[in-house]
Structures are given as structure tokens and as C-alpha cells.
Design a protein around this ligand. Structure first.
Ligand SMILES: [Zn+2]
Ligand SMILES: [Zn+2]
Ligand SMILES: [Zn+2]
Length: 146
């Protein structure tokens, strides 16, 4: 996603576009892979050293709240972010080798969950699913090696 689109979504959600928010938007717009707050902090520290850590964290939380950022639940338990172009519920294919993230349209789990909910008398509020594996280019690399 382009930095301008992130800024537009902030404005659409009714938030003012401050310089620090613009700096953070620029930093995450370039991300094609999963990243964490420390990655963003490092970029911001280079281009705008006056924008503090707390501001970076607050801005990331805001961007997550309005759906620009999705949170990836990494297998080591650490929270990482991904830039989301979809606002509706969706899942991510996360490459374990290079960290590239692909958004998957639609969910496909609803009927399975409805069935399980009915069977166990459970009310479902939501679910988290991350799909890990190897992306197309990493698979191509792997195929070339053998
Ligand atoms: Zn997403
Ligand atoms: Zn990959
Ligand atoms: Zn789902």
C-alpha cells in the first residue's frame, strides 16, 4: 500500500494527519513482509529522530485500530504487523523463509465454525488463523537447489 493511501484512510477515519503520523505511514508503506514495532522505530529514528518511541507505538496502535495494520501472531509468540489492504475479515499466508505476507480473500471457515458451534453449544465471537509455509519465490529457490 502507498503511503498516501494510508494517510487517506487515517483522514477517512476522522484522524488528523500530523507529521509524525505521516512519518510512520511512510515507514510502513514500504513493508512487503511482516515487521514489528522495533523495525518501524529503526526507520523512523533515521528519517525523523525527533519522533519518539511512544509516538511510534501510539501511531501503530491507531493504524491497527482503523484496520491499516493487521497483527500477525507469530509462532514464537511475538506480535508482528502486516499492512492490510483489505478492510473485511481475512487471513494471511506468511512465508516462514522470507517473511513475505499475502492476503487471502474471504475466510472459508464460517460453515465449519458454525457447525462446531452448534454441536458444542458454543457461541463464536471470532477466530485467529495464520497460515505458515513457503511462498512461490522461496519454493522456486528451493526447487533450484536440489
Ligand atoms: Zn491483511
Ligand atoms: Zn518466501
Ligand atoms: Zn476467518
Amino acid at each position: 500500500m502507498k503511503s498516501d493511501q494510508i494517510i487517506q484512510r487515517l483522514a477517512d477515519a476522522g484522524f488528523s494527519v500530523t507529521r509524525s503520523r505521516r512519518v510512520v505511514a511512510d515507514a510502513i508503506a514500504a513493508q512487503k513482509r511482516r515487521f514489528n514495532a522495533a523495525d518501524v522505530e529503526a526507520i523512523v529514528a533515521q528519517v525523523a529522530p525527533d519522533v519518539g518511541r511512544a509516538t511510534v507505538f501510539r501511531t501503530l496502535a491507531l493504524l491497527e485500530r482503523i484496520g491499516v495494520l493487521g497483527r500477525i501472531h507469530a509462532r514464537d509468540g511475538c506480535a508482528e504487523y502486516v499492512v492490510c489492504s483489505r478492510s473485511e475479515h481475512h487471513h494471511h499466508l506468511v512465508c516462514s523463509a522470507c517473511g513475505r505476507v499475502t492476503e487471502v480473500a474471504g475466510c472459508g471457515l464460517d460453515s465449519m465454525l458454525d457447525e462446531a458451534a452448534e454441536r458444542y453449544g458454543f457461541q463464536v465471537d471470532g477466530h485467529l488463523v495464520e497460515i505458515y509455509g513457503q511462498c512461490r519465490s522461496c519454493r522456486a529457490l528451493g526447487a533450484g537447489e536440489s
